[in-house]
Design a protein around this ligand. Structure first.
Ligand code: AHR
Length: 870
């Protein structure tokens, strides 16, 4: 069997080597006639595939006759302009090289916007930040097509383009000039004769493409080929699966793992490693964690919430009946719309029905004006479950009552009827049993499921939601505090509506209720780079004239959280019921932003102001949406320059990436910023995904001296209203459905360490692929004195551990006869459910050698003498 396994693994290695050799053979080394000085021609182009979203491609030639595509559809540079879905396009790029050898790529972004893009690179593989130059802004119209550039002797570049015609045939020529591709002169009308028609047509793989030709060194092309190959090789390597594993490890027998843990070799790690990322995505807030049972309670849903894409999404959404909507003399300017019923009724069915439990109390409230009305909770079969009468009132008046349904129903509705004319607004129904019994509180079952992770921090309110879809959609914390009817609802970047019922007060309160540090994330003065509103994404940063006010908002938030109850903003917190400060220590500035000049200017301004006024607040910076690439590199450069204490990294990837990159943080420079891994997840909710995350987290713990915090994302998703998958916890109106990924988070959250103990691991198989799928992390917890061993087995065979603890004194002093807590998560790798069992029946001795089944994650907690033997 063993031999068979080895043969398999050998075959695999041969296969990988053959692929390498085959790829290498495609590169002619020096057997062709290069042009002068060892140079070749490089053709830069884009195709129309995927609606022009495949980015910049290259092909090379020695004679301009035979062209060799590098890739062929490999994207060496992708446009990051505009929203996901229909933007991020690159049209008709041109490539030129300046006298310093720096390449400049210019391209059109779409057929509408008066903007062109620029990015520069020395090696054509690593690109510096992109900029989008709004050259037609002053003209107030006109697109920018077929950009080209010509230079005079002094490197003054004239950029020209054709505007007004999508094909570029009949448009008007405009020009601008630049010497540095940062500053551009005012746009002028030009002339067709100004254009030298830089593009040429060549045939690649039988297809004609247009692009620009540069003479470049062969070594540069060779590097492009190698980089492209290694990126493709990486992608292939990371394409693992449970099915693939059973092939890869066919014949593999149970593995013996000898582990020596030595407490004399340890390092201090962060005790805040597991936290949660909360974003109102997938109905996580309204219709989710926020316990409000009425949907569209303020009649403020609007066509614009979904950018007009759903004609049924209006002020009337979730309501039926005969009623009109008005906005004259509403209850508050921030909440202008209300409904009017005349001798009729109006009914709301909440979020997929209103779930109520017999005998429980529900707080009903409403603002009405006009005739007396009656509110009834009604079951689907028409039976009235509870009711109350709302007195007539000549002006807006808030009425409250407690409703106690006489039956349990999952999909009730709330009906309000009148025999005269009644205006109504802010119709609300809350279970009294919210999390910790808070008014305007959180759904108890969901909040408890989150609390059970024992998160050390909560990041909120996003994600992309924090910086929003366009300038007007940036999340403004001041709009989310105060009486509910005065909060300013807003469309949600995920294309629905946020009532702001959960606002900054509720976030801080939740953190306090679960003993987690609040980590608010605020926009860095720019909206989301994926904005669809406002054209140029975040390039329309908050105008500089308004930035002082924005910076003040950021400072005011810190006062709101920490100021004493007599300070301007501390008073507002105190009036909301929390005179004591919330003890805010962290603040995130920016969320995976595109690092541009517009961003940098505003980011620095905010950071400077916070540092000056609140030097004790730890600022968390941003380094883009991936673990590599331009924003990651530029974000880290900025963090170095600004000496930021922590930066926020994000990556969503295949489980194979997590398996193959366990050394990601071992490579990090310990003298630089610490890392908050603010968003991560492997693509899926199977046991295989969860274990890949668990495995990776053993490496994160090992690097807990550089990684300070980590949070899986996204957290919540309401079934049927999900914009993003996978998520950690799914739910509907009555059920909470934690995923295997959740249980892994809970295992880490409930078993945090403060010190990492080094261990020596020897396995009985000489197989690096198998070794990678075994994870171990041993820590000690200062508060309890426990030694915590985490073991992940991502293999289709069992592990037989033999764990030796050195320099650790067991609590009983009696050779590990004490009972330990032994928790195991296990499941079929393709399954979406996982079993968790916890037992305290084993002694330390038994636990240290207990076989670990295939595809499982074990945590052993060993009580020890607090003082470890030196
Ligand atoms: O977690 C979902 C989204 O992923 C977040 O809003 C954003 O920051 C990231 O792109």
């Amino acid at each position: 069997m063993k031999l068979f396994f080895k043969t398999k693994s050998l075959l695999h290695s041969i296969k990988v080597s053959l692929v390498f050799i085959a790829i290498t053979l495609l590169i002619p080394v020096d057997s062709f006639g290069r042009i002068d000085g060892g140079k070749v021609y490089l053709f830069a182009y884009a195709t129309q595939k995927k609606d022009n979203k495949n980015g910049l491609h290259f092909a090379w030639s020695t004679d301009k006759l035979n062209w060799h595509a590098i890739g062929p559809e490999y994207s060496f540079l992708k446009s990051d302009y505009g929203n996901w879905g229909n933007q991020k396009r690159m049209l008709a790029p041109i490539l030129l090289r300046d006298k310093n050898g720096l390449f400049h790529c210019l391209w059109s972004l779409n057929e509408e916007d008066g903007v062109f893009a620029h990015a520069a690179s020395t090696d054509l593989f690593n690109w510096k930040r992109q900029s989008y130059i709004p050259v037609m802004q002053a003209k107030n119209s006109g697109n920018v097509m077929f950009v080209e550039a010509s230079s005079s002797a002094n490197e003054n570049y004239t950029i020209s383009w054709i505007s007004g015609d999508k094909k570029g045939d009949n448009g008007t020529v405009y020009t601008t000039t630049t010497t540095d591709f940062k500053n551009y002169t005012e746009t002028k009308a030009g002339n067709k004769t100004d254009r030298k028609d830089a593009r040429e047509s060549i045939i690649i793989s039988g297809v004609t493409v247009q692009g620009t030709i540069n003479e470049v060194e062969w070594s540069l092309v060779e590097n492009l080929i190698k980089n492209m190959q290694s990126a493709k090789f990486e992608a292939e390597k990371n394409n693992t699966s449970a099915k693939g594993d059973s092939e890869l490890f066919a014949g593999l027998r149970d593995i013996t793992v000898k582990i020596k843990v030595d407490a004399s070799k340890s390092k201090k790690i962060s005790n805040m490693l597991t936290g949660i990322f909360f974003e109102d995505i997938n109905y996580a807030a309204d219709g989710g964690l926020y316990a409000e049972l009425i949907q569209n309670r303020g009649f403020e849903y609007d066509l614009s919430d979904k950018v007009g894409s759903d004609k049924n999404w209006t002020h009337r959404t979730a309501w039926i009946g005969t009623f009109s909507i008005d906005s004259l003399n509403g209850i508050h300017p921030n909440n202008p719309h209300y409904a009017i019923i005349k001798n009729n009724f109006i009914s709301n069915d909440g979020f997929d029905g209103i779930p109520v439990v017999a005998g429980e109390k529900y707080d009903f409230s409403i603002f009405t004006k006009g005739a007396e009305s009656v509110a009834k909770l009604i079951a689907p079969n028409g039976i009235v479950l509870a009711q109350t009468t709302i007195k007539a009132s000549p002006s807006w008046k808030k009425y409250s009552a407690v409703l106690k349904p006489n039956a349990t129903v999952a999909t009730a509705h709330l009906e309000i009827s009148t025999k005269g004319e009644t205006a109504l607004d802010m119709v609300s129904l809350f279970p009294e049993k919210t999390f910790k019994g808070r008014k305007n509180g959180l759904r108890a079952d969901l909040a408890q499921t989150i609390a059970d992770i024992h998160p050390k921090f909560v990041r909120f309110p996003g994600g992309c939601l924090a910086h929003g879809d366009g300038l007007d959609n940036i999340y403004r914390w001041k709009n989310t505090v105060g009486p509910l009817e005065s909060r300013k609802p807003m469309r949600n970047i995920w294309n629905y509506h946020q009532t702001m019922g959960i606002g900054y007060f509720e976030y801080f309160q939740f953190c306090e209720d679960i003993g987690a540090a609040p980590v608010p994330v605020l926009a860095a003065g720019v909206p989301c780079q994926n904005s669809k509103v406002g054209g140029a994404g975040q390039q329309r940063g908050i105008p500089m004239k308004d930035m002082d006010e924005y910076v003040q908002d950021v400072l005011d938030l810190i006062e709101y959280a920490n100021g004493n109850a007599t300070s301007k903003w501390g008073k507002i917190r105190a009036e909301a019921g929390h005179p004591a400060p919330f003890n805010l220590k962290y603040i995130g500035i920016g969320n995976e932003d595109l690092i541009t000049d517009v961003f940098e200017e505003r980011y620095k301004m905010i950071i400077k102001a916070v540092r000056e006024k609140y030097p004790n607040i730890t600022i968390i910076g941003t380094v883009g949406p991936f673990y590599q690439g331009t924003d990651y590199v530029e974000g880290w450069d900025l963090a170095d320059k600004l000496q930021l204490p922590i930066v926020d990294e994000h990556y969503y990837n295949s489980p194979g990436w997590f398996i193959n990159n366990q050394d990601f943080y071992d490579k990090y420079d310990r003298s630089k910023s610490k890392v908050y891994l603010g968003e991560y997840a492997s693509w899926g909710n199977t046991v295989y995904n969860a274990l890949a995350e668990g495995l990776y987290l053993t490496a994160v713990e090992r690097n807990g001296d550089v990684v300070s915090m980590a949070s899986y994302a996204p957290l919540l998703a309401r079934e049927g209203h999900t914009q993003w998958n996978p998520d950690m916890i799914y739910f509907n109106g009555t059920e909470v459905k934690p995923t295997p990924n959740y249980y892994v988070q809970k295992m880490y959250g409930q078993n945090p360490g403060d010190n990492y103990l080094y261990s020596q691991v020897k396995i009985s198989e000489d197989n690096p692929e198998a070794a990678k799928r075994i994870g171990i992390s041993t820590t000690t917890n200062n508060a309890t004195g426990d030694v915590i061993i985490k073991l992940v087995n991502m293999l289709p065979v069992a592990l037989n551990p033999s764990i030796e603890l050195q320099n650790i004194v067991p609590k009983d002093q009696d050779k590990y006869k004490d009972k330990v807590t032994y928790t195991i998560l296990s499941g079929k790798p393709d399954s979406k459910s996982i079993q968790q069992t916890s037992s305290t029946t084993f002694t330390t001795q038994e636990a240290l050698s207990k076989p670990i089944p295939a595809y499982s994650f074990v945590v052993i907690r060993i009580p020890t003498q607090k003082e470890l033997k030196k």
